[in-house]
Design a protein around this ligand. Structure first.
Ligand code: GLY
Length: 382
């Protein structure tokens, strides 16, 4: 695509899952239509909006106004911002609040927020009264292109991220691209890593388009909607073919095996946002693919260069506190990777690149090879 894009009507992407199919509606100011869309889908349903303190300040009033205009009764539950809210304690508080608000089987949870709120609220909906329906209103780029789509919900265990959860699909996703204007540049960039991921794993033309158009995406031009819609279409197609991650859906984990280990090594803190870990992880996956002779060195460099061009970290050494214990230690990172959900019977699964735009699942990568590769990467700039 080379012609300049214009803002237009909302874009709708279908997630084709039979009797659990739903629409993702993407566009500037589509939040105003939330109430109308819910009323059309589930007439008479009441709602409980789950959000975090920061998102509530910016968007709760508009969300509630949209629901009220459509005659929908709404209560709300506000949690603290950040990964800490994906906990048993917060899930208990939210669940009890939903029961106290008399949310019944035929009512709805509305998840208004980023990935943390979407995962927590979706899981609360999945288990309340053995499962009620929910709507995703993602307010971060990362949530709009990834976590709000596909039905993965859950909380963290003290022993690992997302270890407690359920597949529970929303009945609607409303992604208002104007709400992204209030994200910090760093948060937006982190979400962009997941956008680039779709190009890398399955669509070279999209990756090439991103290389040319990233500035317009960051500036909030119409390229933003196009990028989000293209990402959602890619994810929706994969989820429709492999909802429960028995195969192909694992491709969406490109960059995540390394990325999760880096997130864990930095204590899931602000030192490294999830998308930043994915950016570094995708560069490592590309470099490992090159080392294994699957792609050329120039391809791995092309991946690194694009992510660096948008200001994402592309090497472990760029992570705050690199020299502290854990990050510079290949064995410590290997131990963290061994705890990943993607480990099957002790074997490490990586998503590697066969070319830019074609990722493959490598289910049985020799750990000593990965360790030596990491050791080399960690030494190179230290
Ligand atoms: N975020 C990866 C997935 O939804 O499968």
């Amino acid at each position: 695509m080379t012609a300049p894009l214009k803002h237009g009507d909302p874009i709708t992407v279908d997630v084709e899952l039979g009797d659990r199919a739903y629409e993702i509606v993407i566009g500037r100011d589509v939040l105003a239509s939330l109430g109308k869309r819910i009323a059309a889908l589930r007439p008479g349903a009441r709602t409980a909006v789950i959000t975090d303190r920061n998102v509530a300040q910016h968007w709760l009033a508009r969300t509630e106004a949209s629901l009220a205009e459509a005659g929908i009764a709404a209560s709300h539950v506000i949690v603290e911002e950040g990964e800490g809210s994906k906990s048993y304690a917060v899930l208990e508080r939210v669940s009890e609040a939903l029961i106290a608000a008399k949310i019944e089987r035929a009512d709805l949870v509305v998840a208004l927020g980023g990935g943390v709120v979407g995962d927590l609220a979706g899981f609360a909906a999945a288990i309340l009264r053995r499962g009620i329906e929910f709507v995703q209103v993602p307010t971060s780029l990362l949530a709009q292109v990834d976590s709000s789509v596909g039905g993965k919900t859950g909380i963290n265990s003290p022993q690992g991220k997302n270890l407690i959860g359920a597949f529970h699909q929303p009945i609607l996703v409303v992604a208002d691209t104007a709400v992204l204007d209030t994200l910090s540049p760093r948060q937006f960039r982190a979400g962009y890593a997941e956008v680039a991921k779709y190009g890398l794993l399955g669509d070279e033309a999209f990756f090439a388009w991103l290389e040319k158009n990233h500035a317009d995406i960051f500036a909030g031009g119409a390229a933003r909607e196009h990028a989000i819609a293209t990402s959602c279409r890619a994810k929706a197609a994969i989820v429709a073919r492999d909802e429960r991650e028995n195969g192909e859906r694992a491709l969406l984990n490109l960059g995540h095996t390394f990325g999760h280990a880096l997130e864990a090594a930095t204590g899931f803190s602000d030192r490294l946002f999830h998308g930043e870990g994915v950016a570094v992880g995708m560069v490592l996956a590309a470099e490992l693919s090159a080392q294994l002779g699957m792609i050329a060195e120039q391809d791995a460099e092309r991946v690194r260069r694009h992510l660096a061009d948008v200001g994402l970290p592309t090497a472990v050494q760029e992570i705050a506190g690199f020299a502290q214990e854990g990050l510079a230690d290949a064995d410590a990172l290997m131990a963290l990777m061994a705890q990943d959900k993607k480990v099957k019977r002790g074997r490490l699964t990586f998503i590697l690149l066969q070319e830019i735009g074609r990722a493959v699942i490598a289910p049985d990568v020799e750990p000593s090879l990965v360790r030596d590769f990491l050791q080399g990467k960690l030494k190179r700039r230290s």
